[in-house]
Design a protein around this ligand. Structure first.
Ligand SMILES: C[S@@+](CC[C@H](N)C(=O)[O-])C[C@H]1O[C@@H](n2cnc3c(N)ncnc32)[C@H](O)[C@@H]1O
Ligand code: SF4
Length: 404
């Protein structure tokens, strides 16, 4: 049930955007599926278990979301020529908790409203428990071409510390099923769980590599306020993640993944070559346009940002009344946009052009960052800020120096 939404300005009930979209900017689609069978102790995503639904109907969710797709088509038509979706991403929550046919209907809704680019990347996030041959075959026949599987770890006591419901075996079965169906495969890993040692982490990385996915994400465990794990830590029942150990874990991940043929392209993401990078996530980091459907989803078109009401019941109620589900909106000013660009673009392998830094003081800081081994010196000579391995470990500190 995630942290609070931003405040922002009120959003109009008809959903009108009042902006002109640039037909040359890529357009992507995010479809949020806010359901999970159980909540993992560390997770504060906007997702709900059966007892938290307050009357919202999982079996009606696809139809409700199709109403938002209809509304989006109407308001985007007013903002300029409609653009085909270049990427579609079903995220959650656990999209695969819905019948595959429901996901297919939502995808058809996007296709009918906007069309899909010929080479569109279409991803579904999945909990390993929910992946079967029948599910992935149905998804592939609907046009899905990528499955992102929440593996997290291959060590039973780490999976238990994270409250995960799946076993290590389920992950290899899910990966094999996805490959049989011809899907590109990504696995998500988390490092720094209570009780996880460097050797446990090495085991998870080696297992992930042995599955030969196309893409691997590795996230440092973040202790989110309000989660069960945060309460366990504050009561002293389990230890908080150790920064030094997490740094060692990141270095080990980069070394093993690079050795296995996976190239980093964003601080927490590695792929087998450029063709397997997540184009959807790159579109967020590069500031393209996207529409996020579903409760709590955020959208961005031509500099305007907005976000939907959080609870699935409130979301369904708004759409049943023919109203936009947007809860608030804002147009960040030039300063805020410049800061955000530093935050997002320095995370990716191509980095950011020094000429686009927001201030002279930030440009002056680069020499110090190069001397400290945080920013690549030869890239800086070519006019770009590219993080070194040490810089990726301390990305937040680099961003702070560049946003003065
Ligand atoms: C929506 S989930 C993926 C699909 C599915 N719900 C699952 O968990 O298997 C997205 C990913 O976010 C990551 N994540 C969630 N909460 C996190 C946290 N507190 N710290 C680090 N990573 C987190 C996990 O790696 C998770 O796989
Ligand atoms: S299954 Fe995924 S979205 Fe659901 S609670 Fe766990 S990490 Fe969060």
């Amino acid at each position: 049930m995630a942290g609070a939404l931003p405040l922002g300005d009120p959003a109009p009930t008809d959903g009108r955007l009042g902006v002109s979209a640039d037909p040359g900017t890529d357009f992507g689609v995010y479809l949020h599926v806010p359901f999970c069978r159980v909540r993992c102790g560390y997770c504060d995503f906007n997702t709900y278990t059966a007892t938290e639904l307050r009357g919202a109907r999982q079996d009606q969710y696809a139809d409700t979301l199709l109403h938002e797709i209809g509304l989006s088509r109407r308001v985007l038509e007013e903002a300029g020529p409609l653009r085909p979706a270049r990427t579609v991403f079903f995220g959650g929550g656990t999209p695969t908790l819905l019948p595959a046919g429901d996901l297919a209907r939502m995808l058809d809704g996007v296709r009918d409203a906007f069309s899909l680019a010929l080479d569109a990347e279409i991803t579904v996030e999945a909990n390993p428990d929910t992946v079967t041959d029948a599910v992935v075959e149905r998804l592939a026949s609907a046009g899905v071409n990528r499955l992102s599987i929440g593996m997290q770890s291959s060590v039973p006591h780490v999976l238990a510390a994270l409250d995960r419901s799946h076993s290590p075996e389920n992950v290899s079965l899910a990966v094999a099923a996805a490959k049989r169906a011809g899907l590109d495969v990504s696995v998500d890993l988390i490092y720094g769980a209570p009780g996880e040692s460097l050797d446990d982490w090495r085991h998870s990385l080696e297992t992930a590599l042995s599955l030969e996915p196309d893409h691997i994400s590795a996230y440092a465990l973040i202790i989110e306020e309000g989660t069960k794990l945060a309460r366990q830590i504050s009561r002293g029942e389990v230890a908080a993640p150790d920064d030094d150990l997490q740094a060692d874990m990141y270095e080990l991940a980069d070394a093993l993944l690079a050795g296995g043929g996976y190239e980093w392209y964003e601080v927490s993401n590695w792929s087998r070559g450029e063709a397997h990078r997540s184009r959807h996530n790159l579109s967020y980091w590069r500031g393209f346009d996207w529409w996020g459907y579903g409760p709590g989803a955020h959208s961005h078109v031509a500099g305007l940002r907005w976000w939907n009401v959080k609870h699935p019941a409130a979301y369904a109620q708004r759409l049943a009344l023919g109203e936009s589900p947007a809860a608030g909106r804002e147009t960040p000013d030039a300063d805020a946009r410049a800061l955000e660009r530093v935050l997002l673009e320095t995370r990716i392998r191509e980095g950011m052009a020094i000429s686009e830094l927001p201030s002279a003081a930030a440009r002056t800081a680069i020499a110090g960052l190069v001397a400290d081994g945080l920013v690549d010196g030869s890239a800086a000579i070519r006019g770009r800020i590219v993080l070194t391995l040490r810089g990726r470990l301390l990305a937040d500190a680099v961003v702070r120096s560049l946003t003065v």
